[in-house]
Design a protein around this ligand. Structure first.
Ligand code: NDP
Length: 296
């Protein structure tokens, strides 16, 4: 039987929080039949007015479509919501933020219940959903044939980036990118703290930071990836570790002069010193990565 290209894949969506509601609107706008369920039913009313079909229970919602998308608070809420649902033959796509281990366990849990499973990590905030130019996307991992089959439908709310069969890898990519973001925020907040009590306009200072971070990020991140892959940490090093560690007292003394706690940046300096003590003065900073990884 040939599928009618005009017919849009029916979608069931569990969870109408800020993110679920944003996702729902895009599928409705794109003409996908949409069945929705939310623990607090009142949150569905706006979407019902826009054409969504409300289900009386999560189990009823799951029964309505083969493709079941879940966007709930956390892994526990997913287990609770789906406890009574018959997942046999379903394609479960879990966009709830979890740890990689939770995602893998949830994939196995779904498999035992007869469902195919894809995990997702959303790299967007709700206003970016359905706005392609905003650049938001979702990491997917798990069954590749399931991703291929539903890619078009999953691409309606945001871009899709498939990162492999391991169901935990979408969550891992998600958390890794967000962790890098928090580290970047830590450095930026330290920089603002340094100028806080001076006659320096933080509004004028901000674009200087943006330009500097942007200029540093691309080359340095790319080189770190390459060096980790090749294992040659001293190759193409522009600013070696010995020189950088020699500069650390200047950073700490400046923080002290400015009356700023070094608590956000000193752990990183400590790791640089530890790496240097291993005789890695000709390397750059990449060696810090393996100091963080705990042994087996
Ligand atoms: P909200 O807090 O707005 O909504 C949470 C949703 O989970 C609601 O539908 C809530 O139902 C439901 N819920 C909570 N506990 C249970 C439970 N025990 N059983 C059934 N349903 C439950 O969160 P968001 O919509 O913003 O986020 C949803 C997911 O998307 C999260 O995993 C989040 O990390 C992820 N995400 C969110 C982003 C954001 O910026 N908002 C960005 C990227 C990812 P009820 O209405 O009844 O409380």
């Amino acid at each position: 039987m040939t599928a009618n290209p005009i017919e849009k894949t029916p979608v069931t969506l569990l969870g109408l929080g800020a993110m679920g509601t944003a996702l729902a609107r895009t599928w409705l706008a794109a003409g996908h039949p949409l069945t929705v369920w939310n623990r607090t039913p009142a949150r569905a009313s706006g979407l019902v007015g826009e054409g969504a079909k409300p289900a009386g229970s999560a189990a009823e919602a799951v029964a309505a479509s083969t493709l079941v998308v879940v966007c709930l608070l956390d892994d526990t809420s997913v287990g609770e919501a789906l406890a009574d649902a018959d997942l046999t033959g379903k394609d479960l796509v879990n966009l709830t933020t979890t740890t990689p281990a939770q995602a893998r366990a949830r994939a196995e849990w779904a498999r035992e219940r007869g469902a195919r499973y894809l995990d997702g990590g959303i790299m967007a905030v709700p206003p970016m959903i359905g706005v392609p130019e905003a650049g938001g996307y979702v990491f997917y991992s798990g069954a590749s044939e399931l991703f291929a089959q539903h890619r078009e439908t999953l691409a309606v709310p945001a871009g899709t980036t498939y990162v492999g069969e391991d169901a935990g890898h979408a969550a891992l990519h998600d958390v890794a990118l967000l962790s890098a973001m928090y580290g970047m925020f830590a450095g930026v907040h330290h920089a603002f703290a340094l100028i806080r009590k001076e006659d320096i306009d933080p509004v004028a200072f901000a674009p200087l930071l943006v330009d500097w971070i942007t200029a540093m990020a691309g080359p340095s991140i790319t080189q770190t990836g390459r060096q980790l892959a090749s294992g040659t940490l001293a190759e193409d090093v522009v600013s070696n570790l010995a020189m950088q560690v020699a500069g650390v007292p200047t950073f700490l003394a400046t923080a002290d002069e400015q009356g700023v706690s070094p608590e956000l940046i000193s752990p990183y300096f400590e790791l640089m010193r530890r790496r240097l003590a291993l005789g890695s003065g000709e390397e750059g900073l990449t060696g810090v990565v393996d100091l963080l990884v705990r042994g087996e």
